[in-house]
Ligand binder design. Structure first.
Ligand SMILES: [Zn+2]
Length: 308
């Protein structure tokens, strides 16, 4: 992937130096809350947790018998500096984010809509966030709709290569960009008003005890984010010819490696389709490819698709 000439975004909030996210916080839930093992398994099952960690973490809390709420004091992260980190990893992330800002701005403009850019938090270990609890490395990257931030633990990039074997060598960059593009896809869903609608429906399902239906909706949200990641790649390649040989294959391998079926097999040794929240490996590949080929948001209507 060629990204040298991408504009660097200054919406990157670099918290990598602050182990513990500003100090003074304790594990969510405290005693009787989530064990570290549970958190690791959750991280494996929903590598991105996609959207709102409360959905999965709330589920786990019922299992472990914890009952405390995760309400945290108001988000203090607004006071932090944003900018462009100087190191290579930070440069890469802000370049990729910068290009996504430019491409999505254009796409929105073409239909006379305004795109609001998200912030991206790079962190190591743990950091606070506004979606309930703290961001944990084991969660993988995720998007928090209420503070409109993408949380990226950079060790996940190393996991892509080592633990999940989703990519190797230079092609890993495009795979990493795909991961960021998926999270930006969730932000696009938020700006378009899709996320609030889906969350409302999910809450209704959860209230009536229909977890399976709530999960099915979540799969459509996740696959749409994959498709929107493909839409970005389509337009970025149009504008910058940034895709190099082997890149798309690496992203596909990554999508396959972090599909829920694969992750569940690794963590539990079996596959439980009704609890999928990200879609199967094959579905993730299919929807990323759909967006990549078409370059249109309208091709990403996973909610209307009879077959995912
Ligand atoms: Zn997601």
């Amino acid at each position: 992937m060629r990204w040298d000439d991408f504009r660097r975004s200054d919406n990157v909030e670099d918290r990598r130096g602050e182990e513990g996210g500003g100090g003074g916080f304790s594990m969510p839930g405290g005693r009787g809350g989530l064990g570290i093992g549970t958190i690791v398994v959750l991280g494996l099952v929903g590598w991105a947790l996609g959207i709102d960690p409360r959905l999965l973490i709330g589920g786990a809390e019922v299992l472990t018998g914890g009952g405390s709420s995760y309400q945290r004091p108001a988000d203090q992260s607004g006071t932090r500096q944003t900018g462009t980190p100087k190191d290579k990893e930070g440069q890469f992330v802000s370049a990729v984010l910068g290009d996504m800002e430019d491409r999505w701005k254009e796409i929105f403009q073409r239909s006379n809509q305004t795109y609001r850019t998200p912030k991206l938090v790079m962190y190591s270990g743990v950091t606070e966030q506004a979606c309930g609890g703290v961001a944990q490395a084991a969660m993988g990257p995720f998007y928090c709709p209420s503070d409109q931030r993408i949380y990226l633990d950079t060790s996940f990039f190393r996991d892509l290569q080592n633990r999940f074997r989703g990519c190797s060598g230079k092609a890993c960059e495009f795979a990493q960009a795909y991961v960021i593009a998926h999270e930006v896809g969730h932000h696009v869903q938020n700006v378009l008003g899709i996320l609030p609608k889906v969350q409302q429906m999910q809450q209704q399902f959860q209230r009536s005890g229909d977890k399976v239906e709530a999960n099915h909706l979540q799969v459509r949200v996740e696959l749409q984010a994959d498709c929107l990641a493909g839409v970005w790649a389509h337009h970025s390649d149009d504008a910058k010819h940034m895709i190099e040989a082997g890149d798309v294959e690496a992203a596909m391998q990554t999508a396959a490696a972090i599909g829920d079926d694969r992750l569940q097999q690794q963590s539990q040794g079996r596959v439980v389709p009704d609890s999928f929240t990200h879609g199967s490996s094959q579905q993730r590949v299919r929807w990323f490819t759909t967006g990549l080929k078409s370059g249109t948001v309208s091709s990403c209507n996973t909610f209307a698709a009879a077959q995912l």
